[in-house]
Design a protein around this ligand. Structure first.
Ligand SMILES: [Zn+2]
Length: 615
């Protein structure tokens, strides 16, 4: 990737107010300059839940669309149509659509792109030819093929003719195998009886221009994205070429590099959208592969595991082709079912798990903060948050397995969840050797605390700070109705926290009949007061041991994050916890025409957040 042209470079990197506010609404800016529109359903559950860590989440499928080159009668020009105006007029049209955006910036970016973006010339040529051909022909299409060449297809026999394009436009892309033109982008078409051409065509995500046609402000030189012709360099100088997969391409792009500008990482919400887009197209490609290889998949399926979902699926009143989403597909129903079965088998083998650990990423980790670009916060960099969290999780697993910080390790079941909350978190069930399980109160106290530590020496002082910021349950103080733990409760009765905070004081840790311990939370202890903002006013709250979430002092000191460690009570708890872990991808209730088609069913219900793609 090349250095951005001015003034875009300054707007993307400078820390003055104008540039910062430009980046804050960069999605809006990019929309004004995009050739193609993007279509998805925004998932608004997060904003309803009032979390502060903002997420870009979508629901269902995601597409880029190309409209007709010329707007229909009486309609405003939009997207690529605007590029067919002369620059001054184009800038005015953009300002009319987005009056809240700075008109000077609009006009300077319009002029800049005129210089840098070869796609503009492709569109201009297409439009010229459209006008010429429309006089003579009744049925034709103008196409941008995967080699970035303009092609006219006309007549009943669809004869094809390459259009000459300016030199700077031609990029050397190999011919794709097969003759199918399914990746072509249709720029203009006229068929008999369809003069308006008002419909949209979908852009194939495997077309080299899929990215630059939409993310114009990230790829102002029209840099091609992933396509079938991409290969990996062989550093040893050998001749063997290896194809670069789409997923590998995006993974490469999602790393910052010293020898190229960090453009996409500066893009805030537009970066989040880019990440979600990348994940969605890789996923949609994989689903397309599964759809076209049903024969192989079915034979696998029916010779392999008994299909646990089968009985629910058969409905003889329905006919139609059955499409199967195999259990090897991550996140699908069968995958989740299989995981659930696997973990139940692990429990059968090891008996009850000893510990249940929940670990949430901390956006203030120094490893994240020191990598942030100027004027960024962790919310702008889901890639960093996910990577650092992944490293810490691996370290945590090492500590438990090899350092045996809770005793001899037998096994575990774990999952990382990205949904519903703004930050990734790990749920982990640990199985330890029986004689080391937490069967006595004394044993529990030596590993787990539910009290504020005294700040009596340097280490405890540090721990105290960590516990106060990460392990005190304060959401529901002063009857905070918008707190997650208070939501959905009957407003006419006295509200209590769903998680049971504040707990009662407890002189000694005891183990209850159901196997769950009640942790020691001694009266008053290290209580302190803090000021909390509620309903626009500051409320002074007394914090004591009743609001401390059980933690391991060792792990809290090591990871400086919310890390809840609880003793697992009984085998009865296992099912509940497994269901909690493997509750499956979140689904919306949707009505779809065929429930025989598992891919469609999955795609309809799919949620994608910016965090998911980063692992
Ligand atoms: Zn609460």
């Amino acid at each position: 990737m090349r250095q951005l042209p001015e003034p875009l470079h300054s707007l993307m990197t400078a820390t003055d107010t104008r540039s910062k506010s430009f980046r804050r609404v960069l999605r809006r800016w990019n929309e004004q300059f995009a050739f193609t529109s993007i279509k998805f359903n925004m998932d608004r559950r997060m904003s309803e839940m009032g979390t502060t860590f903002q997420m870009f989440q979508i629901h269902g499928a995601l597409y880029h669309r190309q409209g007709p080159l010329v707007p229909g009668d009486g309609r405003d020009a939009l997207y690529s149509q605007i590029y067919l105006y002369d620059p001054e007029f184009a800038a005015q049209a953009r300002s009319r659509h987005a009056q809240e955006l700075d008109a000077d910036i609009i006009s300077s970016l319009t002029l800049m792109l005129q210089e840098t973006n070869p796609l503009i010339h492709i569109y201009l040529t297409a439009r010229e030819r459209l006008i010429e051909i429309a006089e003579a022909e009744t049925s034709f299409r103008i196409i941008l093929n995967p080699q970035l060449r303009l092609v006219v297809e006309r007549g009943a026999d669809l004869r094809r003719e390459n259009l000459p394009t300016a030199d700077e436009v031609s990029m050397i892309l190999p011919e794709e195998y097969g003759s199918a033109g399914f990746r072509d982008i249709v720029l203009a078409s006229r068929t008999n009886g369809d003069d308006q051409g008002n419909h949209f065509t979908l852009i194939n995500p495997n077309h080299a221009s899929y990215l630059p046609l939409h993310y114009v402000l990230l790829f102002p030189y029209g840099e091609p994205g992933w396509h079938w012709g991409r290969t990996l360099d062989n550093r040893e100088g050998g001749h063997q070429k290896k194809n670069l997969s789409q997923r590998t391409f995006y993974r490469f792009r999602l790393h910052q590099r010293l020898d190229e500008p960090s453009t996409i990482f500066q893009a805030q919400k537009l970066f989040q959208q880019f990440v979600v887009d990348a994940w969605a197209v890789c996923d949609q490609n994989k689903l397309a592969w599964i759809r076209s290889h049903q024969a192989n998949i079915r034979s696998d399926l029916y010779h392999g595991l008994a299909d646990v979902m089968e009985s629910e699926d058969i409905d003889l009143t329905r006919t139609g082709k059955r499409v199967v989403l195999p259990s090897s597909y991550l996140g699908g129903d069968r995958f989740m079912q299989q995981l659930y079965q696997d973990s139940i088998a692990i429990v059968r083998h090891f008996g009850k798990p000893s510990l249940f650990i929940t670990f949430t990423a901390n956006p203030k980790w120094v490893e994240i903060e020191r990598e942030l670009l100027p004027a960024q916060t962790a919310a702008d960099r889901p890639d960093l948050v996910a990577r650092v969290f992944n490293l810490k999780v691996r370290d945590l697993l090492d500590q438990i397995r090899y350092k045996e910080v809770f005793g001899p390790w037998l096994g575990w079941v774990w999952t990382i969840e990205y949904q519903k909350r703004g930050l990734p978190h790990l749920h982990l069930l640990v199985f330890l050797r029986t004689d080391h399980q937490f069967l006595t109160a004394g044993n529990i106290d030596s590993f787990i605390s539910a009290e504020l530590p005294p700040a009596d020496d340097a280490i405890n002082q540090e721990l105290r700070g960590i516990i106060e910021t990460t392990m005190v349950h304060t959401h529901c103080i002063a009857q905070n109705g918008s707190a997650l733990c208070m939501q959905g409760l009957d407003p006419f009765i006295v509200q209590t926290c769903r998680k049971g905070y504040p707990r009662s004081f407890q002189e000694e840790t005891i183990i209850n009949e159901d196997g769950y311990p009640t942790y020691r939370r001694r009266y008053m202890g290290q209580a302190y007061t803090m000021s909390i903002r509620r309903g626009g006013a500051d409320v002074t709250a007394l914090i004591d041991n009743r609001r401390v979430v059980p933690y391991s002092p060792y792990l809290s000191l090591r990871y400086r994050a919310h890390i809840n460690v609880e003793v697992c009570g009984s085998v009865k708890a296992v099912k509940y916890i497994h269901k909690y872990i493997y509750k499956g991808g979140d689904r919306a209730t949707v009505i779809i025409e065929s429930d025989q088609d598992e891919i469609k069913r999955y795609l309809h219900g799919r949620y994608i957040s910016k965090n998911g793609p980063c692992v």
